[in-house]
Design a protein. Sequence first.
Length: 156
Amino acid sequence: MSQTAAALSQDAQTEICTALNQCVAETVVTTMLAQNFHWNVTGMAFGPLHELFQQVYEDHFVAQDDLAERIKALGGHANGKLADMVAASKVPEHDGHADDKTMIAALADAQRTVAGTLAGAADIAEKHGDMLTQDLCIERGRTHEKFAWLISAHLR
Ligand SMILES: [Fe+2]
């Protein structure tokens, strides 16, 4: 049965917010990854890759806020500490020293990783009947899978 934020048990709220904080952490790390590559990409495809990487980080910057504010709507704590996010994220940081193909592969991998984390968070929300969080996670997961395609298509 579907539940709204106010009807969730404390245990359910804690589990959902933990999953959402993981989504925020990976979205933040991937935002910085895309902006780092936007700055440092080189090669004959500089123009379109510079633009595409900007499109990615601008999307992710808005998504960080949507996910974190869903945590607040559920009554949880949104952990905005960068060191914690980097430590928790399954998407690794990158120093930006790489050729264009390496950047494309790393950013496509990051998109697939975040999509998987969001799908897992959607499952947790569904288990507790929190359809509104589930919907947000599904929408974000779908966006990351679209970016995975847009980015990785350069390598085929
Ligand atoms: Fe820029």
